[in-house]
Design a protein around this ligand. Sequence first.
Ligand code: MLC
Ligand code: AMP
Length: 472
Amino acid sequence: MSFGPPLLLASLNPAAVAAGDDIPNAVTIDGTTLSRSDLLGAATSVAERVARAKRVAVLAEPTMSTVLAVVGCLIAGVTVVPVPPDAGKVEREHILTDSGAQAWLGAAPEGTGLPAIPVRQHARSWHRYPEPPSGTTAFILYTSGTTGLPKGVMLSRGAIAAGLDALADAWAWTRKDVLVHGLPLFHVHGLILGVLGPLRFGSPVIHTGKPTPRAYAEANGTMYFGVPTVWSRIVEEPTYATALSSARLLVSGSAPLPVPVFEKLVELTGQAPVERYGMSETMITLSTRADGERRPGWVGTPVAGVETRLRDENDEPVPHDGESIGGLQVRGPMLFDGYLNRPDATDMTADGWFRTGDVAVIDPAGFHRIVGRESVDLIKSGGYRVGAGEIETVLLGHPAVAEVAVVGLPDDDLGQRITAFVVAREESPDLAQALIDHVAKQLSVHKRPREVRLVAELPRNAMGKVQKKLLG
Ligand code: MLC
Ligand code: AMP
């Protein structure tokens, strides 16, 4: 049977659904399960309501309404701007203004100036939409840089399809899998890999709300996604960790997986996790393979269609000898189309490679180890990318703050702990908590410093620049 041109959400193929080939548990989230046919009917009804818009904002709570909003937009060819549900005023306004979103689709936060288009879970439509061109921007994902407010990463349908297919190849991901995760739905990991992957390949997905060890253990999946913080919490609970022994693949990514956590997972589950590396701008470019070596501390080889190289500070090639460290550059069909409104900020080389900002080592067999980031001003905390500059700007807007420097200090649970060193104009016993709450309210809860240290002065060099490497 021919289903026409390849569809981004291949498993939601209307012809297959009409032929009666259903998947009863296509998506489970927030206590609700929809079959493939119900999902298609409800999402097509969303598509009908939104089809005339160009770009809409979706408050990316982990709910079926979010899934239907995203799928409805993809059916209609409307660009989705996922907004973190814990975003505060400054961050949310920035995302809405910068993206030019015309409306909220589904839930809308209080006090918003934009109209809201409802998502009706029980509505159904069987209208058929043509597949939008593969160059259409599917998502604008906001992600932090070292300075300023987050930038909008434009990801096309074609990039997403290529990125997902490369993972299906690396992980032998098929409709026989049941994917389990509880990651946020406003980033590549939870939304694109974790929701669109299953809808492309027809593997049921169970979203656990939060990625807790217990929820993972009880979900009974074949494939699990987690950021390293999730895996380190799981190995702290051996009973739950052991329950994952029957899974086919435990996948870690978004931040470095500590070697002791890798080893503990092997001990408790009998299997080594698959590690993969990616970015909002590139999707996943490196991974260990379901059928290949899994080496603690290493993120594997380029996935299908990807090439990598290392460059030194003078842009000269660095050998792939397993020891020499260089700036990692990547190219491949899953790369983004630039930052919205910021063509100047896209860090591409003249010959078309993307500078990741990560430093890495490549061994002669093509295995990659991520050594760290070039800038101390990009922090990864709990798998979230957070810019020191955006937090510093918000803290400087607080009347009690004279000077501030934000760094990511090593943290066993979060990888890096966002820590603000503050020279205060006036000190009070509750100042530290007030500053943490200030960031949580203005930017987002997950960007709040976990620690504020009040200091008399910041270490500066002769030019007056703060020496962040001396803070800690
Ligand atoms: C605490 N809370 C506050 C607060 N202090 N709320 C407001 N103001 C304050 N001052 C409350 C919140 O309400 C919330 O409650 C809870 O604290 C959140 O706690 P947390 O400590 O911030 O988070 P935690 O639950 O510990 O989360 C850890 C985590 C999370 C691992 C679950 O960091 C996570 O989901 N990370 C995933 C990030 C991710 O997906 N990254 C992928 C990027 S894509 P409540 O009740 O609401 O919980 C990418 C590409 C690639 O990187 O390679 O994948
Ligand atoms: P984000 O834009 O949130 O996707 O963050 C991308 C960054 O996360 C990369 O530039 C890396 O610094 C980091 N990252 C993602 N996956 C890994 C990994 N497996 N190991 C180390 N760092 C990673």
